[in-house]
Write a new protein. Sequence first.
Length: 223
Amino acid sequence: MTVRINPSILSADFANFESELATIATSDLIHVDVMDNHFVPNLTFGQQMVARLQQVTPKPLDLHLMIENPDRWAPQFAETGAFSVTFHAEAAEDAVGLARKLRAIGARAGIAIKPNTDVEPYLEILSEFDQLLVMTVEPGFGGQSLIEHTLSKVTKARRRIDAEKLDVWLQVDGGIDAGNIERVAELGADTFVAGSAVFKAEDRALRIDLLRRSAEKGCQHRH
């Protein structure tokens, strides 16, 4: 199984994006948290900023839209050329229809669920998506600690993905670090968002390598 490490630029120095992105060029994708100050109490990047990041990024962009009305806005983010666009189940009116639209534009379509959202209803429609993002903290701010009870959703989702032989990436985002990534990989995640765990390291390439190796070890121990 392929392991992916996607550093979140929420923890980067916003004034020096180009040089910051260069320090994480060994990652698999670069995770961009788009927040609208409505769905979550924080404001980050709009479409113009994402389009500009697209021009300077060394790796494909993995967008996480923490916004209201993704049915309207997500396709416009996909049109910036983003590799992957993930929207929140709690905010979408027609999740399957939106995923199909994103795929038609040429982006991978992801669906995200907050810590207290039940994963079960989304397991039934998983084949419509390229990625399921299980939030392991409340979305909105970086630097939080992983919420333990969210991990049971990772186990359930992995069981369904394997049983149906689905080509769906299982992503976790929130509090992922060198101390827990192996265990979370063992439970079934294969795509890991890490913010402060990467950006606080002196040698970010070394930290990405360490996270990847730890996650691969966890995958090998999976039952």
